[in-house]
Every structure is written in structure tokens, then in C-alpha cells.
Design a protein around this ligand. Structure first.
Ligand code: BES
Ligand code: MN
Ligand code: ZN
Length: 507
């Protein structure tokens, strides 16, 4: 999809559909006012007659536009002016594109950057617009024999009002497009069924990204033999009951001016199906455990958006991938395994497998002497109990890193919430037989999972994102969301900015 940015007058803009945001109260926004002047007060009349209710998220198609070169108008309700912040803006933009993606038009022009959002500039708005357009146009139809036609929308022109920063909007649109594409890649990987998307499939995906990157991305894939030789017995213990071999997938992007610059490391949980293993899960809804690789999907999506944006940072992306199945050879409750770090773990529940693959990946990350390590995992059902489906859980051994991630989440409108990682919780992992147990009981399940990981993340600033509640939707809208690609990409772009600032200071 293309996102040209123009400062053209909306009254003179020829387009199949002109998108106009409208507040419930107060004056029309600049573009809407111009349209109104040129169309015998069409918009005001529609509002006054009650034919359009500008409630937040309402949209109304006007199939003609008298006196205007646009073929149609799409009015978008913004709700109350005083409540127009990031959440309201994103909701209105999403509603507009959900509608546009249903229409059989190939192009639209939007005046959405007119909407005042406190502390957010035209670049931020352009980013959200492009990202939203791509998210709305996404369909996952590859297994349908007669798929509905794909949305035809291919070009969204951003009409910027005088005085707004066109350069910032162009950069925002470019980033939003990269993030939207990255989100959609993560959604596809998440949506693929477990019989297609296996650890080897994810490894091939890394190789595909590398081969299409013109040398910007390199990969290293560790198979079971290599993992055995390395001593990653914890990761291997999870896949022991599966016919599908496990993989540790490493991708490297060196974009910093100084190739010796410490990389930021992302680590994704890639359980391509989680039956629970011998601690078998109940049957209802088990299909959704194909989404247990959404941490890995988020890492792939972020790598893809980084490859599109090419920030001047170094990045290492690691995916720890296995299938968790019950079998004669599977790990059993009570088994004791030896992690790559050397700590022994008593596996009291084979369904707490995510931390077992992640801990070895976190130890593997030490070799890169990282500037930061962020792991992303659909780790605990308890994260859904604590935070529902709106916030990603965030735990960290470094408050500065936690704040950077929270801030990135706010900007990307892909928010996380900080939970405590206090020492008091650590004793829940005490084991009578090994260095630690892999479960900490029912209280604070998300935190004790974070505690487990923290025992391995000792050599660098580290944070853990529990995306169990945010990575996919259930019910009739079942499907992967592509979160937290927005948060992670923003986090990495902020690190580039930080690096740029310190280089200037140092000069
Ligand atoms: N992948 C699940 C977590 C999960 C469950 C995410 C449901 C989203 C929805 C994870 O591997 C798991 O099974 N965790 C257990 C941990 C428990 C055994 C300590 C859980 O949350 O029940
Ligand atoms: Mn599990
Ligand atoms: Zn799992």
C-alpha cells in the first residue's frame, strides 16, 4: 500500500473517497470546514438533521459530494473534543479504515492529521494512519478454497493542512507502513496452524527474511544436535515428546555506524503448539495454543519492520522454538533437567514450558554482550487474569529499561503495564530436589514466571513482556493481533535516537 503525503486543498482533491473526521461538539476541523464551505454546508446539515452522529468510532458514508471533485465522503466520528487523546484517535482511525477496507475502492484521501491530539505531532498521526490502513486490509485466507475478494484499497493519500510538518508526516507514514507490514507478518505466522508452522517452518522464515534482505540480515539456526552439543538441555526437554525437532533461531542485523556497538537483543517464545505435554491441558479451546509462538511471531514482525526502516542500531533476534507434546519420551513432572546456564530445574509441571525454552535462549544471549535483552512470550494464563486483553505484562531487572518500554508502548499505542519483580516472590520457586522449580504455585503466576526468567537474565539489563492476553483475539474475531510489534519497533527506533544524541554530545 502507498501513502503519499500532500498539502493539497481537500476541496480540490479528486479521490474515490475523502475521509473527514468530525467532533461531536465545537467547530469543524480545518479540512471539514473547507469542505462544508464548498458544499452548501453539507456536513453541518447532516449533523444538524441528526443524519450523522459523531460519536467516537461512528462512520458514515455519503455516496455523493455535491460541488466537490471527490466521489464520496466518509465522515468519521471523534466523540468529544476534550476526550480526544491517543486512544480516541486510534479508535476513530481504525473505524475509518475498517469501513474503507470493506468498500470496493482502490484509493482514498484522508484529512485525519487535522485531528488535534495533545503532545502528538503530524508524524505520529501519519504513523498511526498508515499502520491502521494496513491492519484493516489484512485478511488470512490462504486455507479457504473460495476466499472473499481481498480489500482493494491500495493508496491512501494523507492530506496535510497548511502549517503541519510534511516531512515529519512522510517519515511517520513510512514508519507506520513498515510497522503495519511487520504486524501483519506476525499475524500470519500466529494464525498459521500448528501442523504448518513448526520450529523448522520458523527457521525457514528467518532464512527467507535474510535472503530478501540484500545482506542486511544474517541467520544462524541451531538444530537439536547443535543444541545438545551446546548444552541447551532445558530447551531440548520441551520438544522431547514431539516428532518435530526443536530449533534455536538467531538473526542478526548490524545497522549501527559502529559495528562494535552492543546490540539490543529480542528473544521470542516459539512454542508452535502447546498441549501442556504430560501435564496435558484440558481440551476446550486448546486449538488456541497454536498461538503459543506469538512471541516469536512478534520478533519476526519486528525484524521485518527494522529491515524496512533500517535504523542505525545493532539487533540480535533469537527465537526458541519447540512443540510441547505428550509422548513416551516426553519430559515428566518431577524430571530434573540441566539448563545451559548450569542451574538444574525440577519440572513440576510440563505445561510451564515457555520459561524452559526461554531460559536457555537468555543464556545464549550473553555471548552478544547486549545493551538490553527483551523477551516476548505468551507465558502465563495468569497475565490474562491480571491485565485482561488490553495491557501486556512487563517485568524487568532494570527500571530504566522498563520505563523505556512503557514509553514505547504509549507512543505506539501498544501498551504494557509494569508488575513487580520483588525478591519476596523468588522463594516460591524453591525446590527440594534441584536449584529451582519451574512453577511457583497459583499466587502471582505471571510474576513468578518472570522470577524464573530473572535467574537466567543476570548479565544484562533485561525485560520480559508477557503477551498472553494481547497476542490474539478469541471468539468470532479469533486471530493473532501482531502485538507487540508496534511497541518493540518504537523501542528500537528510540534507541537509535538515543545513540544519535550521545554521538553528537561526544563530538
Ligand atoms: N502458553 C501457556 C500460557 C497461556 C495459557 C497463554 C492460556 C495464553 C492462554 C503456558 O505455556 C502455560 O501453559 N502456562 C501455565 C503455567 C502454569 C503451569 C504455571 C499456565 O498459565 O497455566
Ligand atoms: Mn504451557
Ligand atoms: Zn506455552
Amino acid at each position: 500500500m502507498e501513502f503519499p503525503v500532500k498539502t493539497a486543498n481537500p476541496v480540490k482533491t479528486e479521490t474515490p473517497c475523502l475521509v473527514i473526521p468530525v467532533f461531536k461538539d465545537g467547530d469543524l476541523l480545518p479540512a471539514a470546514a473547507k469542505i462544508d464551505d464548498a458544499s452548501e454546508c453539507l456536513i453541518q446539515q447532516l449533523i444538524e438533521r441528526g443524519d450523522f452522529n459523531a460519536k467516537l468510532g461512528n462512520v458514515q458514508m455519503i455516496p455523493f459530494a455535491p460541488g466537490l471533485p471527490a466521489d464520496r465522503l466518509l465522515l468519521v466520528g471523534l466523540g468529544e473534543r476534550a476526550k480526544c487523546q491517543e486512544g480516541a484517535f486510534c479508535k476513530a482511525v481504525d473505524a475509518a479504515f475498517a469501513h474503507l477496507a470493506q468498500m470496493s475502492i482502490e484509493a482514498a484521501a484522508v484529512t485525519l492529521t487535522d485531528v488535534p491530539v495533545p503532545d502528538r505531532d503530524a508524524g505520529w498521526k501519519a504513523h498511526k494512519i498508515a499502520e491502521s490502513a494496513l491492519r484493516a486490509s489484512y485478511r488470512f485466507t490462504q486455507f479457504k478454497s473460495e476466499p472473499a475478494p481481498a480489500p482493494s484499497l491500495a493508496e491512501v493519500t494523507l492530506l496535510i493542512s497548511e502549517g503541519d510538518d510534511t516531512d515529519a508526516a512522510s517519515i511517520g507514514a513510512r514508519h507506520g507502513r513498515a510497522v503495519g507490514d511487520g504486524i501483519n507478518l506476525a499475524r500470519t505466522l500466529g494464525n498459521l496452524p500448528g501442523n504448518v508452522c513448526t520450529p523448522r517452518y520458523l527457521a525457514a522464515e528467518a532464512e527467507r527474511l535474510a535472503s530478501e534482505s540484500a545482506g542486511a540480515l544474517t541467520t544462524e539456526i541451531l538444530d537439536e544436535e547443535a543444541l545438545e552439543a551446546l548444552g541447551a538441555h532445558s530447551l531440548l526437554s520441551v520438544g522431547r515428546g514431539s516428532e518435530e525437532p526443536s530449533r534455536l533461531i538467531v538473526m542478526r542485523y548490524d545497522g549501527a555506524d559502529d559495528t562494535d556497538e552492543s546490540p539490543h537483543v529480542l528473544v521470542g517464545k516459539g512454542i508452535t503448539f502447546d498441549t501442556g505435554g504430560i501435564s496435558l491441558k484440558p481440551g476446550a479451546g486448546m486449538d488456541e495454543m497454536k498461538f503459543d509462538m506469538c512471541g516469536a511471531a512478534g520478533v519476526f514482525g519486528t525484524v521485518a519492520s527494522v529491515l524496512a526502516i533500517k535504523p542505525k542500531i545493532n539487533l540480535v533476534a533469537i527465537v526458541a522454538s519447540a512443540e510441547n507434546m505428550p509422548d513416551g519420551r516426553a519430559t515428566k513432572p518431577g524430571d530434573i533437567i540441566q539448563t545451559l546456564k548450569g542451574l538444574s530445574v525440577e519440572v513440576l509441571n510440563t505445561d510451564a514450558e515457555g520459561r524452559l525454552v526461554l531460559c536457555d535462549a537468555l543464556t545464549y544471549a550473553e555471548r552478544f554482550t547486549p545493551a538490553s535483552v527483551v523477551d516476548i512470550a505468551t507465558l502465563t494464563g495468569a497475565a490474562i487474569i491480571a491485565l485482561g486483553h488490553h495491557a501486556t505484562g512487563l517485568l524487568s531487572n532494570d527500571d530504566d529499561l522498563a520505563l523505556d518500554l512503557l514509553d514505547a508502548g504509549e507512543t505506539a499505542w501498544d501498551r504494557a503495564w509494569h508488575l513487580p519483580l520483588w525478591d519476596e516472590y523468588q522463594e516460591q520457586l524453591d525446590s527440594n530436589f534441584a536449584d529451582l522449580a519451574n512453577i511457583g504455585g497459583r499466587p502471582a503466576g505471571t510474576i513468578t514466571a518472570g522470577c524464573f526468567l530473572s535467574r537466567f537474565a543476570t548479565q544484562y539489563p533485561w525485560a520480559h513482556l508477557d503477551i498472553a492476553g494481547t497476542a490474539w483475539n478469541s471468539g468470532s474475531q479469533k486471530g493473532a493481533t501482531g502485538r507487540p510489534v508496534g511497541l518493540l519497533t518504537r523501542y528500537l527506533l528510540d534507541r537509535e535516537e538515543e545513540l544519535r544524541e550521545t554521538t553528537i554530545e561526544g563530538e
